[in-house]
Write a protein that binds this ligand. Structure first.
Ligand code: ADP
Ligand code: ADP
Length: 244
């Protein structure tokens, strides 16, 4: 039983091009994800690659229960998301960590405040919050940054905080959307090493969206290549990239 299983998943948006509104020839709907099947086994690092507009972010929003699929089946950790009421979707979301290209930290809160936030939402008590946040800061190598505000951190440090925040509630699944695209090559390698440690030491399954082949080669076990909403190739990284 894979941790994430997609079957025949399609996501369409109403067409919004001016051509359509004027009765022109633009598409009536945009099919962002088109009949996708994908299995991600527990403990793996799955990369999803493709050019801008291929449908990668939409796919991740479907797995993260942020948006419903138009059709098809999205199962995360044994729970079918398609048709699930919003209240249950929110619960599923709490079990999934997410990191972003622009880090998405709360600028008005210290590092401590940023890490406390998901724990407060999850209803974790003060003492446990304190224990957990110290542990997380040590894990990501920022034990002395608890009282620093995001604007005083480097990009790499911000992403370490982003990773710590994503892990705060001990999710089984971590979704990374272009997590290293805003970082220089050396910092990218450091952050990728940290993600590898997350995977190996905590057993967290990771789905990483990227347009950077280096990211795939450095951390991924498997890769799926998206084009125009479809997965056009998928398999172990070695097989996909050594194909004739
Ligand atoms: P990627 O992450 O690979 O760059 P996206 O998933 O962002 O691709 O987008 C795939 C396609 O779906 C694009 O054509 C995009 O314009 C369209 N799209 C994505 N989100 C929306 C939305 N909320 N409304 C309308 N169209 C969207
Ligand atoms: P923010 O600026 O987001 O409010 P703070 O650093 O001021 O973040 O801390 C938010 C809360 O967390 C406060 O109630 C504070 O008592 C507690 N806190 C912050 N840092 C620590 C720490 N190192 N040990 C224990 N509690 C802390």
């Amino acid at each position: 039983e894979p941790l994430v299983r997609l079957r025949g998943v399609t996501k369409s948006y109403p067409g919004s091009s001016p051509g359509v509104r004027r009765g022109g020839t633009g598409p009536a709907v945009v099919t962002a994800v088109d009949d996708v099947d994908l299995d991600v086994a527990a403990g793996e690092i799955q990369a999803i690659v493709g050019y801008s507009g291929a449908g990668k972010s939409t796919l991740v929003r479907l797995v993260n229960a942020l948006e419903p699929a138009t059709s098809g089946s999205v199962v995360v950790d044994g729970v079918e998301l398609t048709g699930l009421p919003e209240r249950r979707l929110r619960q599923v979301r709490l079990g999934i960590g997410m990191i972003f290209q622009q880090f998405n930290l709360l600028e008005s809160r210290s590092v401590w405040g940023n890490l406390a936030y998901p724990l407060q939402i999850a209803g974790v008590g003060k003492a446990e919050q304190q224990r957990r946040i110290s542990e997380l800061l040590h894990f990501v190598g920022l034990p002395d940054k608890a009282h620093t505000y995001p604007r005083h951190l480097s990009g790499g440090q911000k992403q370490r905080v982003g990773i710590a925040r994503a892990l705060a509630t001990s999710p089984k699944l971590l979704l990374a959307d272009e997590a290293t695209s805003a970082l220089d090559p050396d910092t990218t390698q450091e952050v990728l090493e940290l993600l590898k440690r997350v995977n190996r030491e905590l057993g967290t399954t990771i789905i990483a969206i990227t347009h950077e082949m280096d990211v795939v080669r450095t951390i991924a076990d498997r890769v799926a290549v998206m084009e125009k909403g479809r997965i056009i190739e998928s398999g172990p990284v070695y097989d996909v990239f050594s194909a004739p």
